[in-house]
Design a protein around this ligand. Structure first.
Ligand SMILES: Nc1ccnc(=O)[nH]1
Length: 156
């Protein structure tokens, strides 16, 4: 089955990234109509970019390849269940489907925070590890109101 072929490719990228010293053991490929249009592996520690997860790198690569900010009709194959940041990016990109190999618990077992961050999300902001406050909502909303009526906007 093709899903197995592509998830195996994502796993190969996880190994390739790790072996090359690029970052953590995570790989991702994005497929549209049976063609790989994007790929990526984790590059956090070599690019000093905490957002350079395999999935983010692959989404950027795929979107550039098809000149679009949406991945409709695409399938995302990733060697590990996406962390909340990457899951958010995947939702914003709107692919049709997501397939993963390792789980967030597998990632936790080798020292990664994916599962911890998932546990933070349902907490009240006052209970989260990173102290969070809301300030100047009214001033912020004024700009948002302008977006509502902006004529030349590209909706997403
Ligand atoms: N799921 C992931 C966790 C950490 N890094 C990644 O690239 N992917």
């Amino acid at each position: 089955m093709n899903d197995e072929l592509y998830i195996r490719l994502a796993i190969e990228f996880s190994q390739k990234g790790m072996d090359s010293g690029s970052g953590g053991p995570f790989g991702c490929v994005i497929v549209k109509d049976g063609e790989v249009i994007g790929h990526g592996y984790n590059q956090v520690t070599t690019t000093n970019d905490p957002t350079a997860h395999a999935e983010i790198v692959a989404i950027r690569n795929a979107c550039k390849a098809i000149d679009s900010f949406q991945l409709e009709g695409c399938v995302v194959y990733t060697s590990c269940e996406p962390c909340p940041m990457c899951l958010g990016a995947i939702y914003w990109a709107r692919p049709d489907r997501l397939v993963y190999a390792c789980s967030r618990q597998d990632a936790a077992a080798i020292g990664f925070d994916d599962d911890f961050i998932y546990q933070e999300i349902p907490l009240q902001s006052s209970e989260r590890k990173i102290k969070t406050e809301q300030l100047l909502q009214e001033e912020g909303v004024k700009v948002m109101e302008l977006w509502k009526t902006k004529k030349d906007k590209i909706d997403y």
